[in-house]
Design a protein around this ligand. Sequence first.
Ligand SMILES: [Zn+2]
Length: 382
Amino acid sequence: MTSSKKCALCPENLAGKNKTKEHIIPNAIGGRKKTTGFICNDCNNKLGEGWDAELARQLNWFSLAVGISRERGEPPKQIVQTVDGDKYWLLNDGSFTPEKSSYSEKDLGGKIEINLTAKTIEEAKQRLKGIARKYPNFDIEKALGELEVKTNYLDSPLHVSLSLGGPEAGRSLVKTAFAFASECGVPHTQCEKALAYLLNPQAEDSPFGFAYLSDLVQGRPTDSIFHCVSLHGDPKKKRLWSYIEYFGIYRIVVLLSDQYAGPHRNEIYTVNPVDGQRVAVKVNPQISEKEFSSLMKGEGFDQEKHKAAADYALPIILARGQSRALERAVKEGFDHAAKSLGIKENEIIPKEKAAEFTGFMMEKISPYIENLVRGGRRNDQH
Ligand SMILES: [Zn+2]
C-alpha cells in the first residue's frame, strides 16, 4: 500500500523513511496507541519530541508515583521535598531514598564506630572500600556481606506541584488532539486552529484551556486513573474540539477548528498508563456554549473544582503507591530472611526454620506497617 498523505507540519510526503508511527498520547507518560500518516520523522524529532519531553518532565511525579509502563526506558528519578523540608529521590519503583548520603565516625576509645547510609549498593561498596583504605584492620569482606537494602518511608507529607503549562507542554497537548483527529480521518487542513498554533512558535493565542468547570467525563472509575483524548465534531456549530485528561487530574479542552464542515464525530481513546488497558469512559459532547467560551477565554481553572479533581485523583495515585510499597517490603523481607538463614534462591524453606524465617521477614515488613499506622493516625486528625 502506498500513501499519498503529506506531513501535517511540513510539505514532506509521508512515504519511505518518512512514513513513521507517532504516539497519539506521548509514550513518555504511558500512552500506547500510535498513528500513521500524521507527521514526518523530521518534524517529530525536531518539534514533537521536545514538546513531549517538557510535558513528561512536568508530569514526572505522577509517572513515578503510579509506576507507568513505557515501551522504552523508565521515567527519571526526581527530587521531592516533604513539608518539613527534607529532600528525597523518588525512584521509578515508587520508593524514596535520601537525597544525600550520610557518614559519621565515633571514637569509642580503642574502637571506632562508623555509621554509613548510601543511596545505592554501588555507592555503599565504594564507601566501604574507602574505609578499608583508611583503616587497614577493617574487615571489608564481612561488611560487604552484611550490606542491606533498606526502604525509607516518609514521615511527612510531600509537596506536589499540580501545575502544568508553558508553550512546549501546551503544544504537546494540542499535537495529541491533532494526532487523534488525524487518526480518526479528519483532513489535516480542517484542524486550522491546531495548525496555526503548532506552526508558529511565537503564537500566544493558544487554542486550549483548562476544563474544570464541569466534569466532562462520564463513567469515571473510582479505583484507577487514566489518560484520554476525545474528538467531537459538530457541523452545525462548525466546531471540532477535543478533551484531554492526564492522570485523572489534568483536564484540558482543545479547539481544533471553528470552521468545521465535516460529519458529526464522537470518538475517544483511553489508556490506563499503568497497564496499557483501555478504560470505559465517555466524554459528554453536550457542553454549553457559555461554558465552552469560558474555557477558551482561560476561565476554566476554578480553584474549588480543580481541588475536587485533585481530591479524586490523588487518593487513587497514593493507594497505588501503597500497594507497591507493600510488595517491595515483602520482597525485601523475603530476601532478608533467606540471607539471614542461609537459604538459597529457589530452595525450599525447611519446616523447622519457618517460624524463624517469618520473624526475619517481619523485621523488614514492620517499618512499612508502622508507617501505614502512623499515616492512618495523621489522616484521622484532619
Ligand atoms: Zn514534517
